[in-house]
Design a protein. Structure first.
Lengths: 267, 323
């Protein structure tokens, strides 16, 4: 199932300019798309518009074959799993209950969870390596555990499309790597994957394609080598960077200190 | 059915029988059952005409208040929310006190005025909280509720202060709440109003689980956040308005019972809502039983009892859960 934006423009009610303007891309099954850009460049707005929470002012957001705004919420939740950047835990659940929330779009308002639901939850917990945490309360988890539990909840939705919004924020190196590896595996199994991230270097190594937003517009799109160039990055992030290839050929970005700027230009 | 469910069912039954047995004429549990089954039994008149409607009314009102509280706490994502926080009690109080001050004599006048006052407050709060005509913002809802409630309470205080002594006493008694006027008729009227909101709230449990995570997350997991918010707010408000009109302002049930149930039972609303309903019913039946039997022939306002009994109970529970 594809996710696509076609010349998508969004304006928040009462806002002067467009929060998104002329954004186009397509994400396909078996591929991981990384979306990046400076703070406030429209990444989370794009996510909300893609999922039909913001009506487009122009253009369309498409999930599968239909515009996102035409989907019902339950049907959409069966097709697309989202791990949002933030969420609240006012009434802390256990990990098992939290992952079961991923089944609600299939359960409806009153039906008890059946064998298929419990199986999907168990599988999602195992997939994210959090089976041992099932009876822990979510407010007692570490940052890395919490993120994996939320990915498990999205997997329990049994979606065709998986979207993570800044999943590695506040994660250490190991947990960040594990999360990208997990995402890569899921995509290899046939999911359409989108990850919104500031980790440009990890994105360059794990993603098939990248989309760089700046001020609500697409600054660059394509394979990592096409997007992560010193010129593009310096302009988008307003900071000089050097880019050099890692062993696998993926471009790796190093931001420069003021004293290093002359050397940056050569590499 | 687990052991816990069985224990809850037994508690409900025990509370109802106790409520029917205790009173100015104490009855043995056997006499209660006899009076219920046999219209010619000596205890039949007391049980059927006096105590049964009162006990049942206390049960459904307590259940309604606890259910509203549980749902509203999830809606505004704040465990301190209370059915009265949303301006309802102020509006209802103003309506009732105005009717009392105007010496409205018909039995239905004060409840009707209270109900109208509550509806007015609901409409005003709702209007204030629907930001830019489209979205219902729970934070604004809370603020609007507090403001509307405070304004109504100010007007009500002015009326009370300017009123004569009997009006003052009647108004105060009404405000503290009680089931002295319970009858089969008031039970029937309450049920008529309560049935639909209760049904809607019971069906909103899963959506409320999702809404408690935040609105975007709820939408991503399949809930229609806007629709859920409106349905839950309107249902919980109508349910509370009906209970205020029937028996005055009974505090504490809607705040504390959901809390206790969340700690003892489950934070998942598909279970929490019905359990809160039953537990709220039990709590209010017991509170009313104490209120009418502890200082005979006087009757304490039930709102005083809910706080006097509920606060220490809740404090103990809080300590135990945190320990």
């Amino acid at each position: 199932m594809i996710v696509a934006a076609r010349n998508l423009a969004v304006r928040y009610p009462g806002a002067g300019g467009r929060a998104l303007d002329g954004v186009s891309f397509e994400a396909h099954p078996g591929q991981l798309l990384a979306i990046s850009g400076p703070n406030g460049s429209g990444k989370t707005t794009l996510l909300r518009a893609l999922l039909g929470l913001l009506p487009p002012e122009a253009g369309t957001a498409v999930i599968g074959e239909r515009p996102a705004v035409e989907w019902g919420r339950e049907a959409l939740a069966r097709a697309v799993g989202v791990v949002p950047q933030r969420e609240e835990t006012v009434f802390p659940l256990t990990v098992g209950d939290m992952v079961m929330l991923g089944r609600y779009a299939r359960l409806g308002p009153v039906a008890a969870a059946g064998r298929a639901d419990h199986a999907a939850v168990a599988q999602a917990l195992a997939r994210c390596d959090v089976t041992g945490l099932a009876s822990r309360r979510v407010d007692e988890l570490s940052g890395g555990e919490w993120q994996r539990v939320r990915v498990a909840r999205a997997i329990a939705q049994e979606p065709r499309i998986l979207i993570l919004d800044e999943p590695t924020t506040s994660l250490d190196v190991r947990h960040a790597m594990e999360l990208f590896e997990l995402m890569r595996e899921l995509v290899t199994d046939g999911l359409t994957g989108i990850v919104i991230t500031h980790e440009l270097n990890l994105a360059a190594r794990f993603a098939d394609r990248m989309l760089l937003l700046d001020g609500g517009r697409v600054a660059a799109a394509g394979r990592a080598a096409e997007v992560l160039t010193p010129e593009v990055l310096a302009e988008v992030f307003r900071w000089p960077v050097a880019v050099s290839p890692w062993r696998d050929g993926s471009p790796q970005m190093t931001p420069l200190r003021p004293s290093e700027r002359d050397q940056g230009a050569v590499s | 059915m687990s052991g816990r469910d069985g224990a809850l069912a037994l508690t409900v039954l025990a509370a109802l029988v106790l409520g029917l047995a205790v009173g100015s004429v104490p009855l043995a549990p056997g006499a209660v059952v006899h009076g219920l089954l046999d219209p010619s039994a000596p205890s039949a008149a007391i049980v059927r005409q006096l105590r049964l409607p009162r006990v049942l009314l206390a049960f459904v009102v307590g259940g309604g208040l606890a259910l509203s509280g549980a749902a509203l706490q999830a809606l505004v994502r704040n465990p301190l929310a209370d059915p009265y926080l949303l301006g309802l009690s102020g509006g209802a109080g103003l309506g009732a006190v105005a009717a009392i001050a105007l010496r409205a004599s018909a039995a239905w006048a004060v409840p009707l005025a209270a109900f109208a006052g509550a509806l007015g407050a609901i409409a005003l709060v709702y209007r204030l909280a629907v930001v830019s005509g489209r979205r219902l913002d729970p934070r604004v809802l809370l603020l609007a509720g507090v403001v509307v409630g405070a304004f109504a309470a100010a007007v009500m205080s002015a009326i009370i202060v300017l009123a004569d002594a009997p009006t003052l006493r009647n108004a105060l008694l009404w405000l503290l709440g009680g089931f002295g006027g319970a009858s089969w008729q008031s039970l029937a009227v309450f049920l008529l109003y309560a049935l639909l909101p209760v049904f809607v709230l019971f069906r909103s449990g899963r959506a409320l689980d999702l809404l408690a995570l935040g609105e975007d997350t709820a939408e991503y997991l399949g809930a229609d956040a806007e629709r859920t918010k409106r349905l839950v707010y309107v249902s919980a408000s109508l349910l509370t308005a009906a209970s205020v009109a029937t028996c005055g302002i009974i505090g504490f049930v809607g705040l504390v019972v959901p809390h206790a149930c969340r700690m003892l039972w489950s934070p998942l609303h598909r279970t929490l809502l019905p359990v809160s309903f039953l537990a709220g019913g039990v709590f209010l039946v017991l509170a009313d039983t104490i209120a009418r039997s502890i200082l005979p022939p006087l009757e304490l306002p039930v709102g005083v009892v809910t706080a006097l009994v509920g606060v220490p109970l809740f404090a103990v529970l809080l300590r135990r859960t945190l320990a």
